[in-house]
Design a protein around this ligand. Structure first.
Ligand SMILES: Nc1ncnc2c1ncn2[C@@H]1O[C@H](COP(=O)(O)OP(=O)(O)OP(=O)(O)O)[C@@H](O)[C@H]1O
Length: 286
């Protein structure tokens, strides 16, 4: 089952165009959303939230069209974007009292549990919270109505490693006790190592990679070798290949065909998510 289905979506903003023929986010999993600055992650998340209007195509969440059924959909989504949009003069307690009645599923015990976990002072005005505390407050508000889908736009950016780990722990704990799906954008690839089942990568408005985490961890290699070892079959398999006077390097997704082409003079190193991002983006620049 898919929690989000994106079909033939187009959106132009200035000279940027988002173009997603098809993307389906699986229900019950954590999917990380990565890509260079300006690649279209926020635009995609805003379109899913119906905060931006589509130029073409359709987005469905829980099988419902976001353009026509956003009210019912939003009741079951916990969204943390930028900026949070909460009244800065209000305290966290007052903010909760304003927001909670909008959700039938609001859980005060859960709210209190997370406030305690983050050691937030609910009597402080939102504007008095630090940037990181503000993000924690937004996350607490998003989780406390027990949403079925959590959408986060760089919710862990500018947070210290301890709080970042705590947020990921809370998300994972939440996943264990609830039937929930998470789709979150991040620039911190170590977040993906800690918390992701699938990874979607954007480049210049297009989805350039969608893999499960296990495949990402086990099937991608950086292959280096001398010039003479680069035959046509190998070159076709390599992503983001770079050649110099001495040799070449490129990224490969290990397949049977690929394995046959690997000779002794080649050096094969395991690629991490950052390597995969860099080589994939280099490859799609051509
Ligand atoms: N209102 C707007 N008018 C014109 N261009 C816009 C507007 N909003 C976004 N863009 C452009 O759309 C592109 C995609 O932006 P988006 O915020 O979706 O990228 P992103 O992947 O989330 O980037 P980052 O990682 O830096 O947050 C960028 O080139 C941006 O300049």
């Amino acid at each position: 089952m898919n929690v989000i289905e994106i079909d033939n979506v187009k959106k132009t903003l200035g000279n940027f165009t988002l173009d997603i023929p098809h993307l389906a986010i699986k229900e019950g999993y954590i999917t990380g959303f990565i890509g260079q600055n300006g690649s279209g992650k926020t635009t995609t998340l805003k379109l899913i939230m119906n905060l931006l209007k589509l130029d073409g195509g359709q987005i469905k969440v829980f099988g419902k069209d976001v353009a026509t059924e956003s009210k019912q959909i939003h009741e079951q989504i916990g969204f943390v974007g930028e900026p949070t949009g909460y009244m800065t003069e209000a305290t966290l307690e007052q903010t909760k009292q304003m927001i909670a009645p909008f959700y039938k599923t609001w859980d005060d015990a859960l709210f209190n549990k997370y406030v305690k976990a983050f050691q937030l002072d609910t009597s402080k005005k939102i504007k008095e919270l630090s940037q990181g505390q503000n993000k924690q407050a937004a996350l607490i508000m998003a989780l406390s109505h027990r949403p079925k889908l959590i959408l986060l736009d760089e919710a862990t950016a500018n947070l210290d490693p301890v709080i970042r780990a705590q947020i990921l722990d809370i998300l994972m704990e939440h996943m264990q006790s609830e039937e929930v799906s998470v789709f979150y954008s991040t620039h911190i690839t170590s977040d993906l190592d800690k918390a992701s089942d699938y990874v979607v990568m954007m480049n210049n408005g297009k989805v350039v990679l969608y893999e499960d985490k296990e495949t990402l961890d086990s099937k991608y290699l950086i292959i280096k070798g001398p010039k003479k070892a680069l035959n046509d079959t190998l070159e076709k398999e390599l992503i983001g290949i770079q050649k110099n006077a001495f040799g070449f390097e490129g990224l490969a997704r290990l397949s049977e065909n690929m394995a046959k082409t690997l000779g002794n003079e080649l050096i094969c190193e395991k690629a991490n998510i950052e390597d995969i991002m860099i080589f994939t983006q280099r490859g799609s620049r051509k």
